[in-house]
Design a protein around this ligand. Structure first.
Ligand code: THU
Length: 132
């Protein structure tokens, strides 16, 4: 699957975002090595601290279906931003633990801009289990 096709899957997920407070809809799509797609969108709550980001929902969705690091091929994240969307710090920490270090992560917007990065670039010097 091309990165453009994976971004389209993230856009499809974004359409389901529940964002009555921020109105900032985000979508994500995780591709496995066997070609399955796990999607996520951001889900907000009147108790703001309970809001959950799209990319974490996509990754947790995959893990809930038995996917682990070795099965992961790529991730696309998309929002209606001027440039490619930038994942928040909490998501970078989760990506750093649950995603392969060098698998492509496509940051995109609705204008067709796509930036390729990876977990290592998104959170250098991450706090890890080996630090405990
Ligand atoms: N959001 C995401 O879904 N992903 C990010 O990486 C950045 C922020 C969501 C959380 C909240 O629902 C809205 O965007 C505004 O912060």
């Amino acid at each position: 699957m091309s990165k453009e096709e994976l971004v389209l899957k993230a856009i499809e997920a974004r359409d389901l975002a529940y964002v009555p407070y921020s109105k900032f809809a985000v979508g994500a799509a995780l591709l496995t090595t066997s070609g399955e797609i796990y999607q996520g969108c951001n889900i907000e709550n009147a108790s703001f601290g309970l809001c959950m980001c799209a990319e974490r929902n996509a990754i947790y969705n995959a893990y809930c279906h038995g996917i682990s690091q070795d099965d992961i091929e790529a991730l696309a994240i998309v929002a209606d931003t001027d440039g490619p969307v930038s994942p928040c710090g909490a998501c970078r920490q989760v990506i750093s633990e649950l995603f392969p270090k060098d698998a492509p992560i496509y940051l995109a917007n609705l204008n067709g801009d796509i930036k390729e990065t990876n977990a290592e670039e998104l959170l250098p010097y991450a706090f890890e289990s080996s630090d405990l």
